[in-house]
Design a protein around this ligand. Sequence first.
Ligand SMILES: [Zn+2]
Length: 425
Amino acid sequence: MDAPELDYAIHTTIVTDDGPKHGWLEILGDRIVKLGNDDEHPSAKHVLEFDGYAYPGLIDTHNHVDWNTVSRWSAGHDWDNRYQWQEDDGYKSDVNSPHSDGISKNKNCIDSCKIEATEYGELRALTGGTTMIQSSFDNTFPQDLVIRQLGPNYKADAWTLNVGRIPDAFHESLLDGLKTGRLDRAFFHVAEGKREDSETESEFDTLRKDGFVRPGTVVIHGLGLDKTNFDEMKKNGMYLVWSPESNLNLYGETTDIKAAKEAGLTVALAPDWTITGSNNALEELNVASNYAKTNNLQNILTPKVLYNMVTSDAAEVAGVGNQLGHLAPNFGADVLLVQKHDSDPYNNLIQSNIGDVSLVFIKGKPLYGDESMLKPLAPNAESINIAGSHKALNTEATALKEPAAVLMDDLNKALPHLAPLHEGK
Ligand SMILES: [Zn+2]
């Protein structure tokens, strides 16, 4: 019997685990089925010629998606730890109140403003090529635009507040989940503050006392951690998420990433949120590269290493390394097509901006991209102008119940000011 006809065959430069390869990226259903050679000319429902690069979709392992409706906050760079700025009057009036009154408590949106805010935050991430995001772990949320982690193959949970204050029942559920395999990953915000701050310094000890220095634990931030801590994490099968833009904005410093990489940790790079971090994962990649240059870390944080931090390593940190984060047969067809400006594919991605994001596939469906590329594939796609580029959203292929324009209208009414899809810093 003949193999079923492909859904998509994309002739392009495919960025594989072994480097760039020119050929055919072949998609059937929600899977990549083959990386074909140039001379194969496979038949498919849709054949695309793309003179750029195909990357795996970016994986964002640290975000607070529904907050990304609120405008960026000029925080000042000198906070000691996160508990300090969370009590600041300016933070409360400019960030916390709009979010709490406009989003959390507001019932004027189609379902609830929190769901619409999550969808909008996902849309912001999608414009930067993100195909999977750590969003809310509240399982009342639908799997909407980009959210993937609630599916049966994704077994993770998170505690976002102070690790010293995990309620007993939740503590037991997380620990038991990791021990029995019900969970693959448990994410904790740990040691977010200046390295010398006593609160920041003590949190890893709290995590250890709670029994979470163990396989499957993911430490988000870790500014207060040193080489000894990173060695202990590596030895115990733990992971790290690095969010430099938000760290540098709030504390004027960031994680000792050199020590973390030298300890052999698998590290993911992620934006935290748009309030003090980057607009999206693509922009965070650019921030990390600049950080490497200004701090003479280019031999450790090479373009390929940084690229892995938002693709294959991020997938491993998220617990989905055998399903996503690679362009290879049998992996999920989460694919990012980006224009080519540089002969090195990793440098190319680092230097790209949202205008260069040509097409994004999630689970084998083209969801977002240049109007000129998406509309032939999805004639009803909704036009979206972003940062001077004509883009489009294949709204019908998302779980949105309304056009993105209506979503934005609703949120504009709910909030004093809805943050734009892309904000200047
Ligand atoms: Zn965070």
